[in-house]
Design a binder for this molecule. Structure first.
Ligand code: S3P
Length: 167
């Protein structure tokens, strides 16, 4: 199995599902946000404050590229990783890209207590709806497989696991 890259909106469950699936398959779990934070020694909120979104995206691109060299596993990506075509190409060349697709209403409920996502600081509902509108085509065109991830997280994990086992 090469890497399985989970993409999707903030709140789509990438990290929780990824960790569960990797655990069940006894594979490494990677998280681009966690890699960026560990490398920078700063939270994502601090990186956005000090270096802006561009500074964060640059670090995110480095994290995606570095993870391709690691042992095959399940990777949770930050919601905006697909904005950079280089990342999409890197991910597709290094495994299978799985979109966790979730309706905006469900996302809004899931991220309601957000404190660590800079893009949601000015109003969660408006931000989620506008980001979803702007990115939904890109998410679909970047994905090899689309999973309806509005279901409970364990059900979604089972589906992703089945995809991994079929690869
Ligand atoms: C972002 C999503 C976040 C994080 C950053 C930007 C985005 O990750 O990378 O706040 O642009 O959608 P999650 O999708 O894990 O929340």
């Amino acid at each position: 199995m090469a890497h399985v890259w989970l993409i999707g909106m903030m709140g789509s469950g990438k990290s929780t599902v990824g960790r569960l699936v990797a655990g069940h398959l006894d594979r490494p779990f990677y998280d681009t946000d966690a890699t960026v934070e560990a490398t920078a020694g700063m939270t994502i909120m601090e990186i956005f404050e000090r270096f802006g979104e561009d500074g964060f995206r640059e670090r995110e691109r480095t994290a995606v590229a570095e993870i391709t060299d690691d042992a095959a596993g399940v990777v949770a990506t930050g919601g905006g990783a697909i904005l950079d075509p280089v990342n999409v190409e890197t991910m597709r060349n290094a495994g299978t890209v799985v979109l966790l697709s979730v309706e905006p209403d469900v996302l809004i409920a899931r991220v309601a207590d957000n404190e660590d996502r800079p893009l949601l600081l000015d109003g969660i509902e408006r931000a989620i709806r506008s980001i979803d509108r702007a990115r939904s085509g890109l998410y679909r065109s970047s994905a090899d497989v689309v999973v309806d991830a509005s279901h409970p997280i364990e059900t979604v994990a089972e589906e992703v696991e089945a995809i991994c086992n079929a690869l």
